[in-house]
Design a protein around this ligand. Structure first.
Ligand code: DAH
Length: 344
């Protein structure tokens, strides 16, 4: 009997020492299994119980329970201290340095051409112009003939026009949209059409692809004064309430009379001889316009004696360059972020 109790006591001493020396929760778990598990050292010792006098067995049982309880208690205490040390170590290792500056977000921005289209369509939208679109690949007929540009007009020159195939071109202007609109709907018409146009031209002020906005207002009794009033409103909304407009007679095949429209310099007001925008002239050309030519009404199937109207066309890049003092048209198409991010 004393033999078994002695074994139990020395087992207890050994195991408590092991527990004290354990360095991780995993090591503690191994100790638990090796001592208290089914095939553990405690069961091993108790296997000798069979050869012990029956009267002694309860005593040995009681000692064995004490050993078990002590081991369990030591295990759980060690687990607690080792466990929290492990968690602390893990937290320390995975610490996030919140003092690091956050990575900045790269926000995109609308291209100055898009911004200008939106500005212009918003302004003219206030006085009833609706947005419409037309195809960039256009028939020769629509791009030229239907808008009164005869076969021998210089704009049809190979140098200016991209031909896609027989009778098909990349539109050189948004003016064919006037004809499309009039063929699709009856007067009254009040439309705006922004879009890309193409010309075989490339230098600091010309690009093979650029953008225009076409405007068309057709109704009974539309007069030249309506055109002037519309353009005056447009120029003041776009460039500032103190600008004036000036109309110079000009020729465009699809209007009669036709004019070029200037706005007084919104920067110097004509007072600075060295003005970087108007170069001292006091005026900036912004668009072409005029009263719709009766021949267009005839081609569209309208009676020119019943309706009248005006049209105008402007280059969007040109307006954007004026508004933002952009020196070279090509900057618009190079996709250079250093340029684009100035238009956030
Ligand atoms: N289509 C002309 C161009 O590309 C611009 C233009 C001028 C449009 C006068 C018009 C207009 O509607 O009336 O140069």
């Amino acid at each position: 009997m004393s033999d078994l109790i002695g074994k139990l006591n020395s087992l207890e001493g050994e195991v408590l020492a092991q527990i004290a020396a354990a360095k991780s929760s995993d090591a503690l778990e191994q100790i638990r299994v090796s001592v208290l598990g089914k095939k553990g050292s405690l069961s091993e010792v108790l296997r000798g119980l069979g050869s012990v006098d029956a009267a002694e067995r309860p005593k040995i049982g009681a000692v064995s329970n004490q050993v078990k309880a002590k081991v369990e208690e030591a295990l759980s205490r060690a687990k607690e201290t080792l466990g929290s040390a492990e968690i602390n170590a893990k937290i320390a290792k995975e610490k996030i340095d919140i003092t690091l500056p956050a990575r900045s977000l790269h926000l995109g921005s609308l291209h100055p051409v898009t911004q200008t289209v939106r500005k212009i369509t918003h302004i003219l939208g206030k006085i009833g112009f609706d947005l419409t679109t037309g195809p960039e690949i256009e028939t020769d007929f629509m791009n030229f003939e239907a808008v009164n540009i005869p076969k021998d007009h210089p704009a049809r020159d190979m140098q200016d026009t991209f031909f896609v195939g027989p009778g098909v071109v990349l539109r050189t202007q948004t003016s064919p949209v006037q004809m499309r609109a009039m063929r699709e709907q009856k007067a009254p018409i009040r439309i705006l059409c922004p879009g890309a146009v193409y010309r075989a031209d490339n230098d600091a002020t010309h690009s093979p692809m650029f953008h225009q906005i076409e405007g068309l207002w057709v109704d009974k009794g539309v007069r030249f004064s309506d055109l002037k009033g519309t353009l005056q409103f447009f120029a003041q909304e776009l460039f500032g309430s103190d600008v004036k407009i000036r109309l110079r007679p000009s020729y465009f095949p699809f209007v009669e009379p036709g004019c070029e429209v200037d706005v007084s310099c919104f920067k110097c007001g004509g007072r600075d001889e060295k003005c970087s925008i108007c170069k001292g002239t006091g005026w900036l050309e912004i668009l072409g316009a005029g009263m719709v030519h009766p021949r267009l009404f005839e081609v569209a199937g309208y009676n020119p004696n019943e309706v009248s109207g005006f049209a105008f066309g402007l280059g969007i890049e040109r307006i954007a360059m004026l508004l933002h003092h952009i020196p070279d048209l090509r900057l618009m198409f190079q996709g250079d972020v250093r340029f684009l991010k100035q238009f956030l």
